[in-house]
Design a protein around this ligand. Structure first.
Ligand code: UD1
Ligand code: MG
Length: 465
């Protein structure tokens, strides 16, 4: 379905995302700044798509290529089209960049700002419904704010809408008006572009203001409707770092509250934990202060996560203990494992049920089998390790020869002695043992004991059943 809720005209969405965002004092375009782990533009884009519009046009300009690639993961959708605003001459000019695509189009255009990330799809649906009901040429989404500073004020006359006046152009009396323009509007496409041709730059900023369009429409005897929404948080804009931080905090507080209320998670200090809104955490898990949980991390029930730990896109089973200051990225930890303190798992490391990794152990692209242990000062990279195997202190898989990476395979019930260097590619069979300090350059057969530099076979141990 590509038409709007009433099934009449098709609906297109236009997202303004070409500005630099001067007030951010940044070298990076504003819409690329991250909120809840994702660029601002992605939040708005996802909301737009869930309206199921005919097309989503994104106006890009500043760092256009970076903005496009920020959406690369989400924008394979055919309905997305980027339009270029060559020079950033204001929000009116930004909309004008899509003139060719939209001006002759008998559709409704929902205009969204790339820097207003919290807007909910339900609110947009209500806005569209009002627009259709009023048969309006333009419907403006407004809210009342305690502190309206910086926003365009909505001035009402006797018969409803009169005009929008920007902060910098407003008189003292106008600045007292609490009702602000959210920067979100629904327009009749043809009427929008006709009026846009008459927008001038005679204002404090010398810009083409989109906010002049509703008044121009009114002057043409068109209907301009206002939809005042009561949840003002949804339309908070990100214009500076303070606003970014305050919205980030709001999302984080909501996430933690939801996890406490609905999922039964304990936070020792809810003000001092950072949890992505897309993470899932199981019942009776306890999160200590200063823990960061990023991305789509899934954390099971009855776990304990101690201070200073960061989990990013990690999958953690039930009854897991993660001690202080661990970093786990793109990796999996099975049920009843113990990790840390100060351990690092990355690059699709996997710990199978009951495995233990201790302090100063790094695991990359390595699978540590059931109940196996690497308790101290060890690097395990590009390796598979079987079940019930013990990796002694200071063991290293020497996986890199300066050009290529090589694999190490260690079987079940193996004892790798402290300070063993496993020079990959190398295999160590089930039940084998390496002596302390050995440098293993050749495969070790099942049940063998090897020692020395380079390691040589001492004896064949009795094989376990
Ligand atoms: C705008 C509105 C203001 C409203 C506020 C709500 C205008 C003139 N003012 O002000 O009434 O209260 O939003 O948040 O529209 N952009 C472009 N090209 C440009 C300029 C801006 O694409 O040439 C984009 C920006 O990247 C941003 C959006 O348009 O995503 C809004 O621009 P911004 O400069 O933040 O406008 P505000 O001052 O917030
Ligand atoms: Mg803004």
């Amino acid at each position: 379905m590509s038409s709007n809720d009433a099934g009449e005209k098709p609906l297109n969405v236009l997202i303004l995302a070409a500005g630099l965002g001067t007030r951010m004092k940044s070298d990076r375009a504003k819409v690329l700044h991250r909120l809840d782990g994702r660029p601002l533009i992605e939040h708005v884009f996802r909301t737009a798509l869930s309206l199921n519009p005919k097309k989503v046009f994104i106006v890009v300009g500043h760092q256009a290529d970076d903005v496009k690639s920020a959406l690369a993961g989400t924008s394979s959708d055919r309905r997305i089209e980027f339009v270029l605003q060559k020079e950033q001459l204001g929000t009116g000019d930004a909309v004008n960049a899509a003139r060719e695509q939209l001006a002759g189009n008998d559709s409704d255009v929902l205009v969204l700002s790339g820097d207003v990330p919290l807007i909910k799809v339900e609110t947009l649906r209500e806005l569209i419904a009002v627009h259709l009901l009023e048969n309006a040429a333009c419907t403006v989404l407004t809210v009342k704010l305690k502190d309206p500073f910086g926003y365009g004020r909505v001035i009402r006359g006797d018969g409803g809408f009169d005009r929008i006046v920007e902060q910098k152009d407003a008189t003292d009396t106008e600045r007292e008006v609490a009702e602000i323009n959210s920067g979100i509007y629904c327009f009749d496409s043809r009427k929008l572009f006709a009026a846009l041709s008459n927008v001038r730059t005679n204002n404090a900023q010398g810009e083409y203001y989109l906010t002049d369009v509703p008044r121009l429409l009114l002057d043409n005897d068109e209907t301009v409707a206002l939809f005042m929404h009561d949840r003002s948080v949804e339309v908070e804009g990100v214009n500076d770092r303070k606003q970014l931080a305050s919205i980030e905090k709001m999302i984080n507080d909501e996430t933690i509250e939801r996890l406490m209320k609905e999922s039964g998670v304990t936070f020792i200090d809810p003000r001092n934990a950072y949890v992505s809104s897309t993470a899932a955490i199981g019942r009776d898990t306890v999160i200590y202060p200063n823990v960061t949980i990023e991305g789509d991390t899934i954390l099971g029930s009855n776990c304990v996560i101690r201070s200073g730990t960061r989990l990013s896109n990690a999958t953690i089973g039930d009854n897991v203990e993660i001690r202080d200051n661990c970093l786990i990225i793109d990796s999996e930890v099975g049920d009843a494992c113990t990790v840390g303190p100060m351990a690092h798992l990355r690059g699709h490391a996997v710990m199978v049920e009951g495995a233990k990794v201790g302090n100063f152990v790094e695991m990359k692209k390595t699978r540590l089998g059931k109940n196996s242990k690497a308790a101290h000062l060890t690097y395990l990279g590009d390796a598979t390790i079987g079940d019930e195997t013990n990796i002694g202190a200071g063991v290293i898989t020497c996986n890199y020869d300066g050009k290529n990476k090589h694999e190490t395979h260690i079987g079940n019930d193996v004892k790798i002695g402290s300070d063993t260097m496993l020079v990959a590619p190398v295999n160590v069979g089930d039940g084998a043992t390496t002596g302390a300090g050995s440098v293993v350059t050749k495969d070790v057969a099942a049940g063998e004991l090897v020692v020395g530099v380079p390691a040589k076979t001492m004896k064949v141990l009795a094989k376990k059943d």
